[in-house]
Design a binder for this molecule. Structure first.
Ligand code: ME8
Length: 516
């Protein structure tokens, strides 16, 4: 390792009551880009994803499907594992909450909370939504015409009355507020941080952390009539995967750098309950929680009942994996809501990938193939234009670090595309096809500057589009060990005389099928 530091990034663990859809793919892809970027930048990375398998929601879905909960979990967990593989994800672990290592971690955390006087036995009476697996206060509910109550998310709620263990969340209000104050970056974007802080300022109630009315959960140690609340169970996955209750080893190594990437629907669990639980157990809260926005499909909320759920596998088959990865992180400023549409997808694919980036690579590499005997040309003395072009290309890494440290994928891609567009402008302006006749030495310089710019671009796009970027680096004969950010910049610039393979296009255009 280069000593750049450690980086621990996690996706939410997904419920196994259903199949994966575009929303799940989105969070997982975003994490993969960060994990790949940091690895290339010399960090010691751990990237975790997995499935959330307990609770009433999964139990009920299993019942409806006429299956045992574990059988449903096995089937759907496998779908999520497969999705990560098909998305080209570089996750280092895939956790399932039904694994023994996880039961052990949850029970250890529970015992610690009990020992520290943070959990007590009481009685819960109030509203619960199985769909959200969340408790709601009366004043949070929406009353429909006719008097029926609904969760703020639109989910049905039911009145629950049962014995329950409680976590003393109410005692953590001030310490949570102090944590947000002392760590301005711990919840992002700022709109979510404000939302979380005003929720906490509004006062916290103790949290019911066990249930007795169903069985599909982790037993409460010493009181087996109770199973743990599924969110306490689920959140613990982030430390199970680091070997908790052992707080040496991977836990000591990775936990201080933990970044939880989540959708905005579950920010309260990650930015309020989870840090409070950790602090109550004597552990550090996560370093940062980033809550991204929500995807809609052609302007409509994605839902099973509307029948407009987008299957990420179909998208990949239709447009290609690199294209889908690019689109999702390019189309919407990360943190905002976004809309998926075929038109937007094809627009990005054809204009930015095929036309801008693909054409640049294709025309430069074919000119080199034809005019420089298929080898990296020799550059002469650099002109001002050359220096500006190379400066922009070599300056990209710093821009990417700044943007990706804030999880601003769209900003990182915009910085890359500024260089792509500048390079296309440079080709047009320098007109190497004319230089071929008037000044072949200058043509060589121009093509070298362009090839070196393309090398920088391909290194920059590698975390986003690993396959296509890898093929561009192949065409520049870049060895595997020089595909890291240690090789970014002039010290590893292309060596004149290096033989290059015959160029091939990497970004096909999407062509609509003609109407029958
Ligand atoms: O909440 N747009 O699991 P889940 C964007 N098990 N992202 C979306 C989305 C959409 N339309 N739909 C889903 C759970 N997501 C819990 C998490 S973590 C300890 C436990 C993504 O299967 C987004 O990341 O309902 C959201 O937070 C997650 O899927 C919810 O997945």
């Amino acid at each position: 390792m280069s000593g750049a530091g450690t980086f621990y990034v996690t996706t939410p663990i997904y419920y196994v009551n259903d199949k994966p859809h575009i929303g799940h793919a989105y969070t997982t892809l975003a994490c993969d880009v960060l994990a790949r970027f940091k690895r290339q930048d010399g960090f010691d990375v751990k990237f975790l994803t997995g499935t959330d398998e307990h609770g009433q929601k999964v139990e009920k879905s299993a019942e409806a499907a006429g299956m045992e909960p574990k059988a449903l979990a096995d089937m759907n967990s496998a779908n999520f594992r497969e999705l990560a593989r098909i998305l080209g994800c570089s996750n280092d672990d895939f956790i399932r909450t039904t694994e023994p290592r996880h039961t052990q971690a949850c029970q250890a955390l529970w015992n610690t909370l009990v020992e520290r006087g943070e959990i007590y036995l009481g009685h819960y009476e109030g509203w619960y939504s199985v769909r959200d697996e969340a408790f709601y206060a009366e004043d949070e509910l929406i009353t429909l015409p006719g008097g029926k109550k609904q969760a703020p998310t639109g989910a049905p709620v039911e009145w629950v009355k049962e014995p329950s263990y409680f976590f003393k969340l109410s005692a953590w209000q001030d310490r949570l507020l102090a944590w947000y104050d002392a760590n301005p970056d711990c919840v992002a974007p700022a709109s979510r941080r404000n939302e979380v802080m005003s929720f906490v300022k509004g006062g916290l109630q103790d949290l019911s952390v066990s249930r007795t009315s169903f069985k599909w959960g982790i037993p409460v140690p010493g009181d087996e009539a109770h199973v743990m609340y599924v969110w306490l169970d689920a959140l613990t996955n982030y430390i199970t995967a680091l070997g908790y209750p052992d707080t040496q080893g991977d836990f000591a190594r990775y936990w201080p750098s933990a970044l939880h990437m989540v959708g905005k629907d579950i920010v309260r669990f990650h930015a309020v309950y989870w840090p409070a639980l950790l602090m109550a157990a004597g552990l550090e809260p996560p370093r940062r929680v980033f809550a991204h926005g929500w995807w809609t499909n052609e302007g409509q909320k994605i839902s099973k009942s509307v029948g407009n759920v987008i299957d990420p596998l179909t998208l990949i088959e239709t447009y290609g994996l690199d294209q889908v990865r690019f689109f999702m992180l390019r189309e919407v400023p990360f943190g905002n809501d976004g809309d998926y549409s075929h038109r937007a997808m094809v627009g990005r694919m054809n204009s930015e990938l095929a036309n801008d980036y693909g054409n640049l690579v294709q025309r430069v590499l074919s000119m080199i193939g034809k005019n420089c005997a298929g080898a990296v040309p020799q550059a002469g003395e650099a002109s001002d234009d050359d220096r500006v072009m190379l400066g922009a290309a070599h300056g990209l890494l710093e821009r990417l670090r700044e943007s990706l440290d804030k999880q601003l994928f769209h900003e990182a891609l915009e910085a890359i595309w500024l260089v792509v567009r500048a390079a296309n402008g440079y080709v047009d302006h320098q007109a190497p096809w004319t230089l071929k006749k008037t000044d072949p030495a200058r043509m060589n310089s121009v093509l070298w500057v362009l090839a070196e710019t393309i090398r920088s671009l391909a290194l920059a796009t590698l975390p986003f589009m690993p396959s296509a970027s890898g093929r561009i680096l192949d065409q520049l004969a870049i060895p595997e060990e020089e595909r890291t950010y240690a090789a970014f910049g002039p010290a590893y610039a292309l060596k004149p005389g290096t033989a290059l393979p015959v160029p091939q296009g990497v970004f096909p255009r999407f062509v609509e099928e003609a109407a029958p």
